[in-house]
Design a protein around this ligand. Structure first.
Ligand code: G3I
Length: 380
């Protein structure tokens, strides 16, 4: 770790001496030697059907995450069907462009097919049957991508805000024994794809109770001699939350465990309610919120982002990237959850059909002022 600090410092002095945003420097050039910088991509970008999105992804980023194409409901929608095409296209795109390629995600309660958990007659599978479902799925998928992806989000979002296991299809199918799921998932992944990095990934990890609940499972794996290489901090954050103190405490907590720390799904919500806090699971999708009086309040920037909000977004991205850059000795990667505003899940969550502005490139693929602000950080 110390060697990385010296190297990083030396590199940033060399690079920083002449870098300015006016150099047309890219994100991956500006942050070279600090940490990998990535984006989530979808099939449109990976295939080039979205040529403008693909151009930015190739120019600006040295790491990619699959927004949806490697999730269980896509790869294995029915017990007799495997769909590898979109996933293989994603991997090929990353490899062809010399990128760090993440696999996301093996075990997640969302976007998992129902047949994982239920027999044909609708009855629940036993815990023993579920252990085989977990093992065989991880074996098939990790062996298929072995040597092609650099890392896996092995388990995603299994801990709740209280630091305990969430009640989900996965934990319920193991009768609440989330420890067993986590241990088996990382054990099998390390056996079936040796050399591929293995991560735990979650949102709201800045909440102290959740942060400490995740730290517990990392220590549990380490104590059992089961390999875990990193923790992904999903940064689905807002203009006004979380605090820098909570963010820094989360980074420091996981770094202190000797694992890599990654910022994995960075986007900044600028819209009412969700700019103030994470609304997850209980989405505001009741039709009442689409009524004119609500829509006017909840979706105020349909015709463009006002300059003052643009300035807040720029400052928020600058603040966050400065926090990450100052902790580049602990942070291995920063990944934005998408290239441009038009592709973002935040347009539909927590309130459907809104016009959000969470990313660094606009809907027309022009860069926001935030790009210049964060490009200038390493040179300062
Ligand atoms: O592909 C189908 C399409 O065939 C169908 O016509 C259409 C309408 O039903 O749905 C399409 O699937 C959608 C999928 O995105 C691909 O666009 C799903 O409905 C939709 O739910 C899914 O949303 C994704 C969401 O995960 C699912 O939970 C978002 O794109 C994706 O950005 C989001 O990403 C997650 C991370 O994986 C984990 N962390 C949280 C993050 C945000 O939820």
């Amino acid at each position: 770790m110390k060697r990385k600090i010296i190297l990083t410092t030396a590199l940033s002095l060399i690079i920083g001496s002449h870098i300015t945003a006016a150099d047309n420097t890219t994100l991956k050039e500006a942050y070279a030697g600090a940490f990998k910088i990535g984006t989530a991509v979808n099939g449109q970008i990976a295939s080039g059907r979205n040529a403008q999105g693909q151009k930015i992804a190739i120019e600006q980023f040295n790491a990619i995450s699959p927004e949806n194409d490697l999730k269980a409901e896509v790869l294995h929608p029915t017990k007799d069907t495997w769909n590898w095409r979109a996933a293989d296209n994603y991997v090929e795109f990353g490899k062809n462009n010399g990128m760090f390629v993440l696999g996301h995600t093996l075990i997640w309660h969302n976007q998992s097919p129902e047949f994982f958990f239920k027999h044909d007659d609708g009855s629940d599978k036993s815990v023993e049957e579920m252990k085989e479902v977990l093992r065989s799925y991880i074996e098939t998928v990790t062996k298929h991508f072995h040597g092609k992806v650099n890392a896996w989000d092995v388990v995603n979002e299994i801990i709740g805000d209280d630091g305990k296991y969430r009640s989900t299809v996965w934990t319920n199918s193991f009768k609440g024994d989330g420890d067993e799921i986590v241990k088996l998932a990382f054990k099998y992944a390390s056996e079936y794809t040796p050399g591929t990095e293995l991560y735990y990934n979650d949102f709201n990890v800045w909440r102290p109770a959740k942060r400490d609940g995740i730290a517990r499972i990392v220590r549990m794996l380490q104590k059992e001699g089961i390999r875990i290489d990193g923790v992904g901090i999903q940064a689905h954050w807002g203009l006004n939350y979380p605090s820098r103190e909570d963010i820094i405490a989360a980074i420091d907590t996981f770094a202190a465990l000797g694992v890599k720390v990654m910022i994995t799904e960075l986007d900044i919500d600028v819209l009412p309610i969700s700019k103030e806090g994470q609304v997850i699971g209980k989405s505001l999708n009741d039709p009442i919120y689409q009524l004119p009086e609500f829509e006017k309040f909840l979706d105020p920037y349909k015709n463009g982002l006002p300059d003052d909000v643009q300035a807040q977004l720029t400052e928020r991205y600058r603040e966050l990237m400065q926090i990450f850059y100052d902790r580049r000795d602990k942070i291995d990667r920063v990944t934005f959850w998408g290239v441009n505003d038009g592709m973002s899940w935040k347009n539909g969550s927590p309130v459907p059909n809104r016009t959000n502005y969470p990313l660094i490139w606009n809907r027309d693929y022009t860069a926001k002022p935030a790009l210049k602000a964060i490009l200038e950080i390493p040179g300062k």
